[in-house]
Design a protein around this ligand. Structure first.
Ligand code: NDP
Ligand code: ZN
Length: 361
């Protein structure tokens, strides 16, 4: 097998744990000796062994003189576990192939340096793009200390997300909705505006036949006016955070709902940049924003998103009084439109899923 093929196995190991390792990255490692795979590992959960540790342990004495394929630069700092770079040196591996460098300031190049200083051959950049994609939220978070924000919406072919009465069940088919649940499972948190809670009373949980973790539910509700009977307050299915403005008295609410976290802002209205900083401090690396229209409008206007996941149904709703996917006010000129690049288009059941990213300047 070629270097790329071995790295592909390591990437598959990493990919299979997306969503379960936060706040750590998803990492896979493969140890190869004389053309045989002698060890394989993934980092399964924060607090458990790193991928390299599992793979090296499996390899045993075969690690001496072996080639190691790892999807992310081996760590060089003492975290919850001793540094993997040291482990590879101790086991006298011959070569280490690394898909991408770790942007974590306490690693960034240090792991590679250590390995080289110990006389281990190091090659960086094999299947780098795929490795970067696996941990895109982690990398973004490391650089910006804010969550990677994905805007998600289900819309008709004419860009409507609800009728004039607010009805939106259902716009897309079952297969597309299942895809949304998969996305929920791999995000740290999910966000909606209070109007969506009042209108739809959603559960905002992950409901898949094979299971999947529930993200933290975050509701933007300046006045704390949320319906107290709503599912998100009552069902205790997932941690729930309500964001409110500085002017409301939160005491009665906090007493009534001790299991709900209230994030009171220092300003009368909710300011998204400050909120994203706060969510970063609270270890939220990936945020899935499910709308509605007004919330999407705010994120787009302030350029505070990294991806759009649009599910488009072959339906025309019509009506200027129907909800539009990105609310708020239109800019005056086309030159002020937010430019995106289409990354992928996929048919899911009878709907289309479009993934787009803001165009890099
Ligand atoms: P939203 O659900 O977007 O909630 C908007 C409200 O959130 C605001 O009015 C505001 O209320 C609060 N909020 C607090 N801070 C902010 C902020 N910084 N930016 C934006 N909002 C903020 O309301 P919409 O009425 O626009 O959308 C709801 C409708 O959309 C429903 O009919 C629902 O069915 C539909 N929907 C459709 C979806 C789809 O994918 N098809 C997905 C989600 C909803 P306050 O001032 O009180 O805090
Ligand atoms: Zn490590």
């Amino acid at each position: 097998m070629t270097k790329e093929e071995y790295m592909n196995i390591a990437l598959t190991l990493a990919k299979s744990t997306i969503g379960q390792t936060s706040p750590n990255p998803s990492v896979g490692a493969v140890v190869v000796k004389d053309g045989r795979i002698v060890g394989m590992g993934s980092h399964l959960r924060a607090g458990l062994a790193h991928a390299e540790v599992i793979a090296i342990e499996q390899a045993g004495d075969d690690a001496i003189g072996a080639d190691v394929y790892v999807t992310l630069e081996p760590c060089s700092h003492h975290g919850k576990t001793p540094p993997c770079a040291d482990l590879l040196i101790e086991h006298q591996v011959k070569r280490v192939y690394i898909a991408c460098v770790d942007p974590n300031p306490s690693v960034a190049g240090e792991g590679i340096k250590k390995l080289k200083q110990a006389g281990i051959e190091v090659e960086v950049g094999i299947r780098e793009a795929e490795a970067l994609a696996i941990n895109k939220s982690f990398f973004f978070y490391m650089q910006h200390k804010r969550p990677y924000v994905t805007l998600k919406a289900a819309m008709t072919l004419d860009g409507k997300t609800a009728t004039k009465t607010g009805d939106s069940k259902w716009i897309t088919g079952e297969a597309a909705r299942k895809d949304v649940h998969k996305q929920r499972a791999i995000h740290d948190a999910i966000m909606v505006g209070v109007n969506t809670v009042q209108q739809d009373n959603p559960q905002l949980t992950t409901r898949l036949p094979q299971g999947g973790k529930n993200p933290i539910r975050i509701i933007l509700d300046t006045q704390l006016s949320i319906n107290q009977a709503s599912n998100v307050l009552q069902d205790k299915e997932a941690p729930t955070w309500i964001v409110c403005g500085s002017k409301v008295n939160v005491e009665a609410f906090a007493n009534a709902f001790p299991h709900i976290t209230v994030l009171q802002q220092s300003t009368p209205t909710i300011r998204l940049p400050e909120l994203l900083d706060k969510l970063g401090e609270l270890d939220i690396q990936s945020l899935y924003v499910e709308g509605g229209s007004t919330v999407h409008g705010s994120f787009v206007k302030e350029n505070l998103f990294q991806a759009c996941h649009w599910y488009i149904a072959p339906t025309l709703l019509g009506g200027i009084d129907a909800k539009t996917v990105v609310g708020g006010r239109s800019p005056e000129n086309m030159i002020d439109a937010t430019q995106l690049t289409i990354a992928s288009m996929e048919q899911i059941g009878s709907d289309i899923k479009v993934i787009a990213y803001p165009k890099q300047e």
